[in-house]
Design a protein around this ligand. Sequence first.
Ligand SMILES: CC(=O)N[C@H]1[C@@H](OP(=O)(O)OP(=O)(O)OC[C@H]2O[C@@H](n3ccc(=O)[nH]c3=O)[C@H](O)[C@@H]2O)O[C@H](CO)[C@@H](O)[C@@H]1O
Ligand SMILES: C=C(OP(=O)(O)O)C(=O)O
Length: 474
Amino acid sequence: MMSKIVVRGGRRLEGTVRVHGAKNAVLPILAASLLATEGESVICDVPLLDDVLTIRQVLQTLGAKAVIGQDSMTISAQQLTSCEAPYEWVSKMRASFLVMGPLLARLGKVRISMPGGCAIGTRPIDQHLKGFEAMGAIITTGQGFVEAAAPGRLKGAKIYLDVASVGATENIMMAAALADGTTMLENAAKEPEIVDLANYLNAMGARIRGAGTGLIRIEGVNKLVGARHNVIPDRVEAGTFLIAAAITGGDVFVEGAIADHLGPVISKLQEMGVKLTEEDTGIRVQADRALRSVDVKTLPHPGFPTDMQSQMMALLLVSEGTSVVTETVFENRFMHVDEFRKMNANIKVEGRSAIITGGVPLHGAKVTATDLRAGAALICAGLVADGETEVGGLHHVDRGYVDIAGKLAALGADIHRTADEVEVQEIVEPIVLSSLRKSAEADEVHVAAAAASEEEGYKAEEQVAVEDVEPTLA
Ligand SMILES: CC(=O)N[C@H]1[C@@H](OP(=O)(O)OP(=O)(O)OC[C@H]2O[C@@H](n3ccc(=O)[nH]c3=O)[C@H](O)[C@@H]2O)O[C@H](CO)[C@@H](O)[C@@H]1O
Ligand SMILES: C=C(OP(=O)(O)O)C(=O)O
């Protein structure tokens, strides 16, 4: 039996919840660690998510060491043994494609599976490839793979992105950090995770200016070395808890939430009548009266984040009046609408907009997370629905939330996760790692064991430098 999260609605959330490190920051940061030819990188505040375990597998497949510690990961990438990122991992998680820039810059060649589309949209990679080509890479695609070679070295270039893509900005920034000459990246994405990646790359010895604005200047350097870095708190997880608290009329302190990263979410919640107070170490959310409906349009940062759209929709379901939610970033990010309807929600979709008639009572139902944020949104709706809501499809939720049920239960929600027999039997390593999620004490024991067995593995295994390996590219 696949596990489910079971919520019984009606409890008001109260207390403090701590936000983990940001999934969307740690994934590119771990990919960027491949650029270090000397020294180790120690990445702190690493959330132990399934996506993090996936990128770790990718790094290991390429020959890097990636040892999990207590909320941290230590990466040594001095000797890479492969330039190929296989289908197995890239198909599992699109962000695996972020190793393309580092591998191309570092090794001059890469073979990587095409990430393909996913539930929320087709998600092309044309802007990533356009950037690499402008830097002199020769790219061929076929049989589900992208192969690229940069004879000599990548060259700095002026690159204009047709869409301000987060992933393309990150991939190009990482490649340009080791290129010959200066890259000017125009219409770059401005998300806080891009600033975090640039800070890490600069700590490794890169020369990047302007991250967080639409124009990023990257002066290529000859060498990057391992560095220590603390990942920023997860603004989407923080925003999810702001909404979970607000939907129950609760009073919660979201520790680690950074108001600057949550501007549009905070503004919309305030328009609705939610009280938010910025404190030194986080944000307090209080919602003690009926909420007003608002219209929301998703946009690239600093606009309203698409990753908060479904959670916001859950809150709009319980507010008075009619709201229009328009999704402009992904063409297919309304799959949660049908699931909300199972809970009695009144939503009409017209093209890229969803029209929500709020204030209709929600009823518990069996629903499925259609993507990661949809899962979080359904859990939020379950917190106020009458009766029991059973949320399945938790493999999506586990990609991006560390123990969401445990955190909500600690705030007073009536919520639990059922055991997960099939997944536990099928996935060997994540068993150890998911048990790490259970308690801080267990964490220490298992982390020590995992690290020790890994160290032994390294000793036993003969390391082969990538230069000694037959090129895998045609
Ligand atoms: C791991 C990670 O950080 N994921 C985030 C990242 O995804 P990701 O980096 O994949 O998202 P992008 O910013 O690239 O995508 C935004 C839009 O640009 C389009 N596009 C993108 C690349 C390209 O080469 N061509 C193109 O047309 C996409 O199809 C999409 O419509 O940003 C998204 C938008 O904020 C978030 O929802 C994801 O949570
Ligand atoms: C869409 C998301 O992630 P990804 O880009 O990894 O699919 C998300 O975090 O909501």
